[in-house]
Design a protein around this ligand. Sequence first.
Ligand code: NAP
Length: 254
Amino acid sequence: MKLLSGKTALVAGASTGIGRATAKLFASQGANVVVVARREPELLSLVDEITALGGRAGVYVGDVVEENAAREMVEYAVSSFGGLNVAVNNAGMLGSSLPAEEVSLNEWLQVLNTNLTSAFLGAKYQVPAMRKSGGGSIVNVSSFVGYTVALPGMSAYSASKAGMVGLSKALAVECAADGIRVNALLPGGTDTPMGREASSTPEAIEFTKSIHAMKRLAQPEEVANSALYLASELSSFSTGTALLVEGGVSISKT
Ligand SMILES: NC(=O)c1ccc[n+]([C@@H]2O[C@H](COP(=O)([O-])OP(=O)(O)OC[C@H]3O[C@@H](n4cnc5c(N)ncnc54)[C@H](OP(=O)(O)O)[C@@H]3O)[C@@H](O)[C@H]2O)c1
């Protein structure tokens, strides 16, 4: 039995990395998947990969900071597949690695809008659609940064990712009675384009590995497995949680 048979899932930030791996996994578990990002060619190649494996997917090209896009991607899911059951709000950006005193207000707002406000806008339209579909699961992708650890040069990113945990808890209490669960997923260092941007030298990669108890980075597919857990009925009694998938950063002092 596939874990997402007959479900429709929206994955924002699906063109690369964790979102792309999540979309492929969800499709392989029977979901109709709507993949969202700004880069159309990457999304179209993802749909080709999903279709070749016998899955069903549709593309919405847009910017998650736009409220119209948040509304339209849900409308697209409902009109294409008849409802919405799962949403993974995963789009994100790092921002510069400047100390807070040198970060411009524009950059601060761009990072907060991309990483946090996008999930708020997403929920505004995902929740009513899920209510109509009889319930659902929202997975908000946060990070070990801003929760397990703080790292210099990441003030806006950390604030946005800590905010994802608070937003998820608030939505969880608002939506529980409607059968909608909302959880935050907190990956550790993961081998993706963003992970490679954050750790761009061999020394930086070694440092990032070293702060994980497991002394390695995650593959995006490992994080996707945890997104599947939160999205599916496997986590049917979990809401408002912050699920660490961070290779033991929080318990490591070596
Ligand atoms: N890699 C790590 O070590 C790590 C660790 C903890 C948490 N995370 C979080 O995991 C999530 C996925 O990151 P990743 O590592 O997989 O990085 P990634 O490969 O760079 O993916 C980021 C995704 O977000 C999309 N995106 C960014 N801004 C967007 C916007 N304004 N509108 C629509 N889509 C947008 C990108 O697509 P387009 O550019 O095509 O729009 C891309 O699909 C992020 O929220 C990140 O903060 C990553």
